[in-house]
Design a protein around this ligand. Structure first.
Ligand code: NAD
Length: 425
């Protein structure tokens, strides 16, 4: 599969790791961060690059390249997903690891930031090939992961089944079941209730808060969603159930729109049957870039990064952008959106529900004590609302946008932990 993300010249020029570092630099100036701590936080603590040999179904041996990056672990073990995608780069994984550090700090869970990725095309691989790839990759990175060290989770094109293979491989190597080595597992092997929808549910909770803040009713508010995978599909589903009206969605192959509101249940069933939202009869066909500029109140980018650019930002019509995806907005686009009065709920806030319930899963695994779904959702809501409120307060205090506000809260927490621990040796 060639990458289906349409990358414009602007997008491809941007190095996402440099972008993540510049976001840090920007907020370091804003909060007067100590120079030494700033230099420390600018770099990843540890980068592991591995070669992964896999026997393919036709008997060939194929080599894959994979990464696990740990950005900062001052506040606890590393935490972050593993991405299987043809466009994965080391710089992308480093950026995603840094964003995980800020995200965990913002929702105040005791984890540092990490991320992993394998350059591969999962859509062109059989289930058996994916299992062999996952198991060998897990074995290669097992020297740095573990329940007290670094705990992977799902990300783009990785699933609960893949998490189960990671857990099983690590457990086989240790001679006993180690459920806490990975989150996003199936419930039957220590996964948490509510984890599958947690990213989307967290996103819904902060959108609700943002709607209240800008004085808009959620009932009938129009929503457009880019990406119809774990984050995007569940966001559309939960927002639909909460009274929002989903008017446009897209996936890698294209989109569909209906101004009277899409039948989300029907669309989910259609996607499960056909593999895409394209061709769904309950709406008009839509170009998957056009979804970003669709007439709506809330835009939820839930696919890949760098999709909102200085080029399309002036045409965005939403009043709130909730970044379910990581890094969907380029920094220059951020400024344009802020000047236009559009409230951007940054990725480290809007999609932090996933890592929050991952934290709950890890806690449950360590205690062998599993909670009811209502309790999980209630704890999640409290964490998300608190993070939203702290972000808004910081944004107002510094007179900046919500992203800078969220970074100010998060970087301050990580810096405090880093300074409290001091330097070894
Ligand atoms: P996923 O693999 O389940 O879904 C990705 C979706 O994006 C698919 O529907 C795919 O078709 C679509 N897509 C790809 N290219 C597209 C394009 N050009 N236009 C429109 N759609 C396109 O992945 P996911 O887990 O939902 O992750 C999506 C984003 O959310 C990523 O940025 C990820 O880092 C972020 N995220 C996910 C979680 C989680 O818990 N799953 C948590 C935090 C952040």
């Amino acid at each position: 599969m060639a990458s289906t993300l349409d990358r414009s010249a602007v997008q491809s020029r941007v190095n996402v790791w440099k972008m993540a570092q510049e976001q840090l630099d920007d907020v370091a100036r804003l909060i007067g961060l100590d120079e030494g701590v700033h230099a420390y936080l600018r770099e990843a603590k540890r980068v592991l690059q591995v070669s992964v040999p896999v026997r393919m179904d036709d008997g060939r041996l194929q080599m894959f390249e994979g990464f696990r990056v740990q950005h900062n672990m001052s506040r606890g073990p590393g935490k972050g997903g593993i991405r299987f995608h043809p466009d994965v780069t080391l710089d992308e994984v480093k950026a995603l690891a840094m964003w995980m550090t800020w995200k965990c700090a913002l929702v105040n869970i005791p984890f540092g930031g990490a991320k992993g990725g394998v350059i591969c095309d999962p859509k062109a691989m059989s289930e058996r090939e994916l299992e062999r790839l996952t198991r060998r990759f897990t074995s290669e990175i097992s020297i740095i992961i573990g329940p007290e060290k670094d705990i992977p989770a799902p990300d783009v094109y990785t699933t609960p089944q893949i998490m189960a293979w990671i857990m099983d491989t690590f457990s086989m190597q240790h001679g006993y079941s180690v459920a806490g080595v990975v989150t996003g597992k199936p419930v039957s092997i220590g996964g948490s209730l509510g984890r599958d929808k947690a990213t989307a549910r967290g996103c819904l909770y902060v959108v609700d808060e943002a709607m209240r803040e800008i004085g808009k009713e959620r009932s009938g508010a129009r929503v457009a969603v880019q990406g119809f995978g774990n984050a995007g599909m569940h966001a559309a589903d939960l927002m639909d159930a909460a009274g929002y009206q989903i008017v446009a969605v897209s996936d890698s192959r294209g989109g569909v729109a209906n101004d009277a509101g899409l039948d989300i249940e029907g669309l989910i069933a259609y996607k499960a049957r056909t593999g895409s939202v394209v061709g769904f009869k309950g709406g008009e066909a839509l170009d998957n870039k056009a979804v970003l500029e669709y007439d709506c109140d809330v835009l939820v980018p839930a696919a890949l990064e760098k999709v909102i650019t200085p080029e399309n930002a002036p045409r965005v019509r939403a009043k709130i952008i909730a970044e379910a995806a990581n890094g969907p907005t380029l920094p220059d686009a951020d400024d344009i959106l802020y000047d236009r009065g559009i409230m951007v709920l940054p990725d480290i806030l809007a999609n932090a529900g996933g890592v929050t319930v991952s934290y709950f899963e890890w806690v449950q695994d360590l205690q062998n004590n599993f909670w009811e779904e209502d309790e999980i959702n209630d704890r999640l809501r409290r964490k998300m609302v608190r993070a939203f409120t702290e972000t808004l307060e910081a944004a107002k205090h510094h007179r900046v946008n919500m992203r800078r506000g969220a970074y100010a809260v998060a970087i301050d927490r990580v810096a405090e932990a880093t300074m409290s621990r001091g330097l070894y040796p």
